[in-house]
Write a new protein. Structure first.
Length: 565
């Protein structure tokens, strides 16, 4: 039976301006979710789409939204907000806005889009909303705040509602906002839910948002196939994890852009300061930084300005300890915590990290879904990728659960392959690593975080106007600069030849070592010779002392000899 012919973009009755933008983006053909969802959405149906991370869900709903607005422009007599796109995180709102900007390069005057997810400049947002842009992108809380303030009205003219990453909307605490927000919408509108999983929360959201929807549950794996994405695990405890990571990075065994996941924000900075001692630059991305900083960090990482980004995912928002402490201790720690976290931030979900070669789970994720979404940051599109997970003894049950989930559909084949790494070969690295890891104290972490916050305040207050006039200078602000709260020993940045594993050393070094071993063989004889010389010198010194009357006790004998003379 022949495969059905793939539907191309130009066969979907899209506007020429959209097709030209797609051509500029060099998208050769639609992905499976785009091929399936776009025609249904163009027909006006409500759709619940479930597709794996990196499958092109964003374009699958933004292309029909833009097309619908262009169609309505032909008959509409007034300007109004036609589409509201909701997302649980500010980073994803920025990503969606960027995609819409790319798709409307040829019709930017006709289709205007603004992002109001940031909670900072409400007055500016109010002014932008007064112009009634065609598309508004927001988090549920920000959209509801502007609706309550009458800064935007959707009751009469809204045509499309999109909820992206729908399975996170309730877990981020937006259930009440969504229900209240629906009261501000017209009775009839087209709705779209996009999600990576069909959880209970998504089904609950489906009941209150969608009407007779078409559910697209594509028969495709959650992650890229094994030919494209390799999964590795390595059993290691805390000290060994740090040493292995140091060795892998310094020996260039990990190449390309990498995302390192840890469980808590403090561990982000601990790892950054640890790598800093070896002159390995990295950038921290977490929920406590301002949204603008996080988005700029992601943008600079995507542009290749630095190679390593350290992230704490959304689990840290609900479990400050990463879920490892007992429940009673966890509650106590959470009550005592005075830090204000941004609930509208999630790193392992939603953000479009581009061309990521490696995902490193320095701390193993707490559940299967978190692993899937972390791993989904790499091997996107047609690119290759790998996931390396460090696993401690107490994390092994979590790894087993992930293995069971990922191995579905594979006949007796392990998905999580063992990473062959002989720790004894890099004993010298472990010796250096242990001191460097312990040098990063809680005080050093706290000072590093304060230093970064102060720097961001300085940039925001004094340089905001300057950066508006000179956007290229803003790009020069790097997020991977050393924080210098731990004493850096410059010699640690260099890896001497003798520290390298035998397999990575040059032939000359191996020959020198062999000659050194051969020369050291007659050591006992050499030692005796040194003792003989030492004994001879001692006897000579004693004889000289005996002949010197000032250093001799034989005073009478010397005096008699002098009288005879």
């Amino acid at each position: 039976m022949e495969d059905e012919k793939k539907v191309m973009f130009h066969e979907m009755e899209l506007d020429d301006r959209i097709l030209k933008a797609i051509s500029q983006l060099a998208w050769p053909e639609p992905t499976l979710i785009q091929e399936t969802a776009i025609p249904l959405l163009l027909e006006g149906k409500d759709v619940l789409m479930r597709a794996r991370t990196g499958s092109g869900k964003t374009a699958a709903f933004t292309i029909p939204v833009i097309q619908k607005i262009l169609n309505m422009k032909n008959t509409s007599t007034h300007q109004c907000i036609r589409a509201l796109i909701l997302s649980p995180s500010k980073e994803l709102c920025g990503q969606i806005t960027s995609v819409i900007g790319d798709l409307t390069t040829k019709c930017a005057r006709e289709v205007k889009c603004i992002d109001i997810s940031s909670s900072g400049d409400t007055a500016t947002q109010k002014a932008l909303l007064s112009d009634k842009p065609d598309i508004v992108v927001a988090t549920p809380s920000r959209a509801l705040a502007h609706l309550k303030a009458n800064n935007m009205r959707l009751k009469e003219d809204l045509a499309v509602l999109v909820v992206d990453e729908a399975d996170l909307v309730f877990s981020f605490g937006y259930e009440d906002e969504i229900k209240e927000l629906l009261g501000h919408l017209p009775k009839i509108y087209q709705a779209v839910l996009a999600s990576a999983t069909l959880s209970e929360d998504v089904l609950s959201l489906k009941k209150i948002v969608l009407r007779n929807p078409v559910t697209l549950k594509l028969e495709e794996p959650e992650l890229a196939p094994s030919s494209q994405l390799q999964h590795y695990h390595l059993f290691a405890e805390e000290d060994d994890k740090a040493a292995i990571l140091y060795a892998l990075l310094k020996l260039n065994l990990i190449r390309g852009k990498s995302i390192i996941f840890v469980r808590t924000v403090d561990r982000c900075y601990k790892l950054k300061l640890y790598l800093e001692q070896f002159k390995i630059g990295s950038c921290v991305l977490n929920s406590e930084l301002p949204a603008a900083v996080r988005c700029l960090s992601v943008d600079q990482f995507n542009r290749g300005r630095y190679q390593i980004i350290i992230a704490s995912d959304e689990m840290a928002l609900e479990k400050p300890d990463g879920g490892i402490l007992p429940i009673e201790e966890r509650k106590k720690k959470k009550q005592n915590s005075k830090r204000k976290k941004d609930k509208e931030s999630g790193v392992s979900r939603g953000i479009d990290f581009q061309l990521v070669s490696n995902v490193i789970n320095f701390d193993f994720p707490l559940d299967v879904n978190s692993y899937v979404h972390r791993a989904g940051r790499t091997a996107r599109g047609k690119n290759q990728g790998s996931v390396l997970s460090f696993v401690s003894i107490r994390e092994k049950p979590l790894m087993d659960a992930v293995e069971v989930h990922l191995s579905k559909g594979f006949k007796s084949q392990k998905v999580l392959q063992k990473y062959e790494f002989a720790l004894e070969e890099v004993e010298g690295f472990r010796y250096r690593s242990r001191d460097a890891w312990r040098a990063v104290t809680r005080i050093a972490v706290r000072e590093a975080r304060l230093k970064e916050i102060k720097q961001e305040l300085l940039n925001c207050k004094k340089l905001q106007g300057y950066f508006e006039e000179n956007p290229t200078d803003l790009a020069a602000l790097r997020r991977d600069k050393a924080l210098h709260t731990v004493k850096v020993q410059h010699h640690l940045a260099h890896v001497p030849e003798y520290l390298l594993p035998a397999a990575l050393r040059s032939d000359e070094t191996v020959e020198d070592e062999q000659e050194g071993v051969a020369a050291a063989a007659p050591a006992p004889q050499k030692k005796r010779k040194q003792n003989t010389q030492y004994g001879s010198a001692k006897r000579h010194k004693y004889q000289a002392r005996k002949n010197d009357p000032l250093k001799s006790l034989d005073v009478k004998q010397k005096a008699t000899a002098a009288g005879d003379t």
